[in-house]
Design a protein around this ligand. Structure first.
Ligand code: NAP
Length: 247
């Protein structure tokens, strides 16, 4: 996408990014801040979130928030309390990028360890549902909120050996489409699915250990689409699946 975002695109917006400590989430968080957003950085490794916080502040961006949370173990109550803190601190949420995910193992279903399967489903799907559920009242407080679910090609078309990663993304796409329909006429919240495609990150390196990372596009090249979805230019775009084109 060759969308050119104005420099103040996200000024006054409060945006939560999950998995903000590394990979695409890190680049999205720093980019949103560069375009004026107050970004809340959610992730499981506090030191990584602090490094992103420092980068945003050093670049002169609005002071971010840090939300250490391991989505594998976070309960609905933890998420409710988190939503309360956000409500008290910011009063609303203008954007939510569901980005955190775990790859899990790439082995046949019949050999998959059940508890490892459950963990991937918890992080990639159940936590996404619970967080969305708890944050919807805050998203409704925004004049125009954008809810973005990060999927994958194997989310749209599950493929052999992709296990709970594919199944969780497939379920997440279902949740996103259902929510888009539910919210269409009852709120100003828009809901879309974003498939970043092959991108140079730690997850990609784990999934394709023999690939030369230099041949894969960097996360920065995705940002016009991420900005488009978070900014007001995409108001009215709802229930869509947007895929980043390969360079
Ligand atoms: P990544 O490099 O593995 O980064 C994932 C981020 O999620 C990390 O910051 C990680 O935290 C965080 N995270 C993982 N488990 C968590 C948990 N239990 N609780 C909280 N945070 C957790 O992944 P990525 O490649 O940037 O992927 C970002 C999104 O794009 C994912 O939804 C992925 O499925 C999707 N995607 C990626 C590609 C690709 O080629 N990269 C292609 C299609 C779709 P730590 O750093 O602390 O582990």
């Amino acid at each position: 996408m060759d969308y050119q975002a104005p420099q103040d695109l996200l000024r006054q917006k409060v945006i939560l990014v999950t998995g903000a400590g590394a990979g695409i989430g890190r680049v999205a968080a720093t980019t949103f801040a560069r375009y004026g957003a107050t970004v809340i950085l959610l992730g499981r490794t506090t030191a990584k979130l602090e490094a992103v916080y420092d980068e945003i502040v050093a670049a002169g961006g609005p002071q971010p928030g840090i939300a250490p949370m391991d989505l594998a173990g976070a309960s609905n109550d933890d998420m409710r309390q988190f939503a309360e803190v956000l409500a008290n601190t910011y009063g609303r949420l203008d954007g939510l990028l569901h980005n955190a995910a775990q790859l899990g193992e790439r082995i046949p279903v019949e050999h998959y360890d059940v508890s490892k399967w459950m963990t991937v489903m918890q992080v990639n799907f159940n936590a996404v549902f619970m967080l969305t559920r708890q944050l919807l009242p805050l998203l409704r407080q925004s004049a125009a909120a954008s809810l973005v679910f990060t999927s994958s090609s194997v989310g749209a078309n599950p493929k052999a050996y992709w296990g709970p990663y594919a199944v969780s993304k497939y379920a997440m796409e279902g949740l996103a489409k259902l929510l888009a329909e539910e919210l269409e006429n009852t709120s100003t919240v828009r809901v879309n699915i974003l498939n970043p495609g092959a991108t140079r990150t730690p997850m990609r390196a784990t999934a394709y250990p023999n690939e030369n990372p230099a041949t894969v596009k960097p996360a920065a090249s995705l940002m016009p689409l991420y900005l488009y979805l978070m900014g007001d230019a995409s108001i009215g775009v709802n229930g869509q699946t947007l895929r980043c084109q390969l360079p």
